[in-house]
Design a protein around this ligand. Sequence first.
Ligand SMILES: [Zn+2]
Length: 254
Amino acid sequence: MPYLNDEAVVLNSLRSREKDKVTVLMTRNHGLVRAVARRAFSPTSRLGTALEMLSTLKVQLFRRSESQELFTLCQAVLIERSPLLEADYETLSCGSFLAEVISVVATAEHDESELFRILAQAQVALAQGVERQLLAVAFFASVTAIAGIAPQVGACCRCAREISEECGEWFFLPVSGNFCCAACVLAGESAMRLSAETLRWLEHALQAPFQDCLRYPHHSGCLLESAKVLSEQVQSHLGVKFRTLPYIVEMHNS
Ligand SMILES: [Zn+2]
């Protein structure tokens, strides 16, 4: 079938040639798709205005054969306008991060419709004004869990000690994606220091439904440490460093 009809969220749009745009879409049923919107920059185009980051669209896509990577965007009807229009700096930063996380992680093995569903929930949370740093890191955790590349939280990988406050210091081992307690970390080993509180938060965020993470107790330290663990994990699995992660790290939260 050369034509595809689907629902899609715009992750990115770049100008290509004089009047075209190449857009990256997360679709509900076909995963990540790259499509060219012909003449999207011409003054009479209705496509151009629909292609804002995080807009939700009904799309019709065309490609000649399955071997062709780039689709042509034939039609796009706006379902929900982007929550980033007229947004403040933190909202834009958070939205850009959500789009980048999906565009990187959706290339791994995953359940496409589940990723699409969580992205839709994150768009609603963004429009509702949920704390930006929390939203970004909870989304990051949920998406890595769905993609099957989340770190193994639960107990020390060496002595099987459970995470508890008595052993306040824990370490993330980026090479193996495991955690270990202070007694088991080796001298000179590449390890990232974490609080037991961060581990608890991260364990919850990786297992609970995304929307529950937005209500789970947290503080900024937990979120920052969790974001660093997750970005190390993605980097070791997919070899990608997030361009927009520094915006999330810099956000001020009490
Ligand atoms: Zn241990």
